[in-house]
Design a protein around this ligand. Structure first.
Ligand code: SF4
Length: 451
């Protein structure tokens, strides 16, 4: 299969299979799903400088990617990674699939249980089972602790969500999509989560078949398979044995909250505190990663990555956390709202991606003020403007109030749609695009009767 065809079919870059991009090879690291100690962050920053171009991406699944590598530097990176504790080897990473957990699990007082041991056990099982290498690269799992930072709006193939009934804790199991779309198939004990997750993944592989058009995601499989076939295959308890108000075959509707706050989270000053930090356009420099590691190290904390492309610096006292907050803001990171950079999604664009003819992120910075206005009428909540290097729309798949799509060095404008939708205006310069966006904001205020 050609590189282009493989990318179309959902290739995820890994150490074993780096992806060629406009600024060199791109590699996604297979990091521990729960927390990252400062020493590991320093080591990753050093690798980004020595083997790549010093840039580190935060992905929408809570992973880190190194950019700007080459055939010459890859062997050095692989050797360096092999000495990092908790980083999967290229061999293990081939069968590991993303397991996303509530990012503050173990620290969130509202959580029903700490899911970190469950997630570790699940990743061990995945890494150890060679047959699961056949799972499509984007196949993924969520394990939600039922607390304040839930994963309801994160799409996944196999979902687990903690529930409590009297003193009994169990996990609801649902398949395909985000919480509002996924179909519930039963409940299980916390200790059974890893086993059931792997058994469902095996069943998916058996049922999808090997044809060219075999489903690549659980939601696709459910369009052609009875859901009972999946629940029976893993012997799940009937949903009705846990909750009489849950209908089998339909997960509870989930809220689409905007993600974790960019602020400090604590209950009392002497309690552990967590600081939510956002990274402009989801990209860090190696120096910023070192700054985060230094500040985390100073107070014995740890870092948690989130599927919202933000970071929590967790587990320190609130008083000490205030100092960290100011220092990280000076590093160019976003530590408080509002910030116009929070209202724009932008892919790497030119020159990092060979498909782009526009400087997406540089241009996006110049559109910050108008993006704040657009955000107020955006159906997606926080993001009001999407600046995309091409119609693929990698930075955002949700409907957005305004999307600028790069083409031949100019922009097409899509309203209330996604990057591949038909544009309402074509071939705009950046200046013309800005004026068009300002007009949309003005019309919006006029409609509301505000000046
Ligand atoms: S959307 Fe951006 S990153 Fe994705 S392929 Fe197009 S130019 Fe490249």
């Amino acid at each position: 299969m050609s590189v282009a065809a493989e990318m179309r079919r959902g290739w995820c870059p890994s150490v074993a299979r780096p992806m060629p991009t406009g600024d060199g090879l791109l590699v996604r690291l297979s990091l521990p799903a729960d927390s990252l100690p400062p020493a590991l962050l320093h080591a990753i920053a050093s690798c980004a400088r020595r083997f790549g171009n010093g840039l580190v991406d935060l992905t929408r699944r809570g992973n880190l990617q190194l950019r700007g590598l080459s055939e010459v530097t890859m062997p050095g990176l692989i050797e360096a990674l092999s000495s990092f504790e908790g980083v999967a080897s290229p061999h293990e990473a081939e069968s590991l699939r993303d397991v996303m957990m509530s990012p503050l699990s173990g620290l969130d007082p509202k959580a029903i249980c700490d899911v970190r041991p469950i997630v570790r056990a699940l990743r061990e099982k995945l890494a150890g089972e060679a047959s699961l290498r056949a799972l499509p690269a984007k196949f993924c799992f969520t394990v939600d602790d039922g607390g304040d930072f839930g994963l309801d709006q994160i799409a996944a193939d196999i979902r687990f969500k903690a529930r409590r009934e009297s003193s009994d804790i169990f996990f609801m199991v649902a398949l395909g999509g985000c919480e509002g779309e996924a179909r519930g198939i039963g409940g299980c004990a916390p200790s059974s989560v890893p086993e059931i997750a792997v058994a469902l993944a095996r069943t998916f592989l058996n049922l999808r078949g090997a044809s060219k058009d075999a489903p690549r995601r659980m939601a696709e499989l459910l369009k052609r398979t009875e859901i009972e076939t999946l629940s029976r295959s893993v012997g799940l308890l009937s949903l009705s044995s846990h909750r009489s108000d849950i209908v089998e075959g339909a997960a509870s509707p989930g809220l689409r909250e905007p993600g974790p706050p960019i602020t400090m989270i604590y209950r009392r000053e002497e309690d552990p505190a967590s600081i939510g930090i956002a990274v402009p356009f989801g990209q860090l420099t190696a120096d910023q990663l070192d700054d985060i590691a230094n500040q985390t190290e100073a107070f014995g904390g740890e870092v948690r990555l989130t599927p919202w492309r933000t970071i929590f610096v967790a587990n320190r006292s609130a008083i000490k956390a205030v100092n960290t907050d100011y220092r990280l803001e000076n590093s160019g990171l976003i530590t408080r709202e509002p910030d116009p950079r929070l209202n724009i999604a932008a892919c790497p664009g030119k020159p990092a991606c060979a498909r782009s003819t526009v400087l997406t992120r540089e241009n996006a910075r110049m559109l910050g003020s108008v993006a704040q206005g657009l955000r107020l009428s955006s159906p997606g909540g926080v993001i009001g403007l999407h600046v995309s290097g091409c119609a693929k729309g990698c930075a955002r798949s949700a409907v957005t109030k305004a999307t600028l799509v790069g083409r031949d060095g100019r922009y097409d404008l899509v309203i209330d749609g996604v990057a591949h939708d038909p544009p309402v205006r074509e071939g705009l310069t950046l200046e013309e695009a800005k004026i068009a966006l300002e007009q949309i904001v003005e019309a919006m205020w006029a409609e509301r009767g505000e000046p």
